[in-house]
Design a protein around this ligand. Structure first.
Ligand SMILES: Nc1ncnc2c1ncn2[C@@H]1O[C@H](COP(=O)(O)OP(=O)(O)OP(=O)(O)O)[C@@H](O)[C@H]1O
Ligand SMILES: [Mg+2]
Length: 476
């Protein structure tokens, strides 16, 4: 007997030690409970059994979750209710007390033992076994104490593990969420920075445009004033020249008649009259009257031509600085180019030959004074890029539904680095005081507002070509 008891005790302890080691090694709790239940049934010579865990819902209502079960044993499960209320081991060695009997297929139950698994006062699980020949007694309950304790600690350990897993999962989710927040924040910062940058650039451009239009406005007033002042005297110079030309033809006609008269007078002329005639003849010779008569018409025609040119320039100046109407108007690009060329001619003529190649182009819808500004900027940039002497080629073209204005120069050209920055406000490679770096940024703004665009090609050391593309006026 003693030997058997010792053997049983050893078997139990070995099984429990193995189970604990396996649990520590990370084995699945269900497998362990299955093994433990098998050992338990063997040791107690029981027929059926289960090991379950007490779960509680949010309201604290308990339920039993089986970890190992030999059979769907309804009665063993009902043991749970009883053990739960008493918290004590329960032994029922009488035959099944249920009045209604067991359901069909349910094995008969002769003896039952229910053992609570407790951690302090908390009931964490239940072990139930049934049908030991001869029933269950207190010495068996005593013998099973280590078993009960081990099951209890495995359940608690498993809960701890699950809790840890749950906490880890929660932590991972939090970290993911945090990362998402961080990413979102970064995106937000980036998009804010970008929009700030855009605003800054737009503000700079606006400032540049304001500065420029202020300058242009005062320059425009000045030029318009001067043009007006020149126009007045020019008016009477032109008209007087016309009158003078008429008068002169009278004088020359008269002079010819006088000469004929003098030539007709012979040596019979004596005294003071002959002397007067002589004086007239010598004066004619001295002043080379023939030459004067020949030259005077040419001089007058040159003067008329000169006055005409001044009038032309004044006209161009007025056209150049005229106030733009509020509404865009139909613009002949060729005409505006010619006007601009006249105005800037003085700055071009010493340094370059200007070749113009105007094609027949349809009108575009725009503001002529603004377009003149663009052409001026491009022509001045071109001549400023020419070190000594060179050629500026001005071409217009009609291509598809666009009018093209191309201004090429044989100047120093640009490096790709310079080329990438030329439309930025205040970018200049010219010495301080020479360039404000505004011409191209303003021109781009104007052309964009005309729904057009500016293209540039440049070869360092060879020259540059700026092409302005403007849409042809549609509603014609
Ligand atoms: N035709 C060209 N050939 C070579 N470089 C050019 C040409 N046009 C423009 N650039 C370069 O682009 C820069 C910017 O031109 P932009 O007209 O905007 O300013 P700027 O001429 O320097 O000064 P501003 O026009 O305000 O007097 C110039 O400083 C020059 O380096
Ligand atoms: Mg410029």
């Amino acid at each position: 007997m003693a030997e058997r008891a010792l053997h049983a005790s050893n078997t139990l302890l070995q099984a429990l030690t193995e189970a604990q080691l396996e649990f520590i090694g990370g084995s699945d709790a269900h497998l362990l409970f299955d093994k433990l239940l098998t050992v338990l049934l063997e040791l107690t010579e029981s027929e059926y059994g289960f090991i379950g865990e007490v779960l509680r819902d949010a309201q604290g209502t308990p339920s039993l979750r089986s970890h190992a079960l030999t059979h769907e044993l309804r009665d063993l499960q009902t043991l749970f209710g009883r053990v739960l209320t008493t918290g004590e081991p329960l032994v029922a060695n009488e035959p099944n007390p249920h009045a209604g009997g067991l359901p069909a297929g349910h094995p008969p139950l002769n003896a039952l033992l229910g053992l609570p698994l407790k951690s302090g006062d908390e009931l964490v699980g239940l072990v139930g076994i049934a049908n030991r020949p001869g029933g269950y007694g207190p010495e068996l309950i005593e013998f099973l104490q280590p078993f009960v304790a081990t099951c209890c600690s495995i359940i608690l350990g498993r809960r701890g593990r699950e809790q840890q897993k749950h906490t880890e999962e929660l932590l991972r989710q939090r970290e993911e969420e945090l990362q998402r927040h961080r990413d979102h924040l970064e995106e937000l910062v980036q998009s804010r920075t970008e929009s700030l940058l855009h605003t800054t650039v737009a503000l700079e451009e606006r400032q540049a445009q304001l500065l420029h239009s202020e300058r242009m406005a005062s320059l425009g007033q000045l030029v318009a004033g001067i043009a007006h002042e020149i126009n007045n005297p020019l008016g009477y110079i032109t008209s007087n020249l016309a009158t003078l030309t008429q008068y002169l033809s009278v004088f020359t006609g008269l002079l010819k008649l006088h000469r004929e008269l003098a030539d007709g007078l012979g040596p019979e002329l004596q005294g003071p009259r002959a002397e007067l005639l002589e004086r007239i003849r010598s004066l004619e010779q001295q002043e080379d009257l023939d030459y004067i008569l020949g030259d005077v018409n040419e001089l007058l025609s040159d003067s008329r031509e000169g006055a005409h040119r001044v009038a032309d320039i004044v006209q161009s100046l007025k056209a150049f600085v005229r106030e733009d109407s509020k509404q865009p108007e139909l613009v002949d690009v060729n005409k505006e180019l010619a006007t601009t060329l006249k105005v800037v001619w003085n700055q071009l003529k010493y340094r370059c030959e200007v070749k113009c190649d105007y094609a027949q182009v349809p009108p575009i819808l725009g503001r002529p004074a603004q377009l003149n500004q663009v052409f001026t900027h491009l022509l001045l940039n071109a001549v400023q890029a020419i070190p000594e002497r060179g050629v500026i080629h001005v071409t217009t073209l009609h291509e598809g539904d666009e009018v093209l204005v191309r201004i090429s120069d044989t100047g120093h050209g640009m490096t790709p680095e310079v080329l990438s920055k030329i439309f930025s406000p205040f970018f200049t490679t010219k010495p301080p005081g020479k360039g404000a770096g505004l011409g191209l940024s303003i021109s781009e703004g104007i052309i964009t507002s005309h729904k057009g665009r500016i293209e540039v090609q440049s070869q360092f050391g060879q020259g540059s070509t700026f092409t302005v593309r403007l849409p042809v006026a549609k509603d014609l």
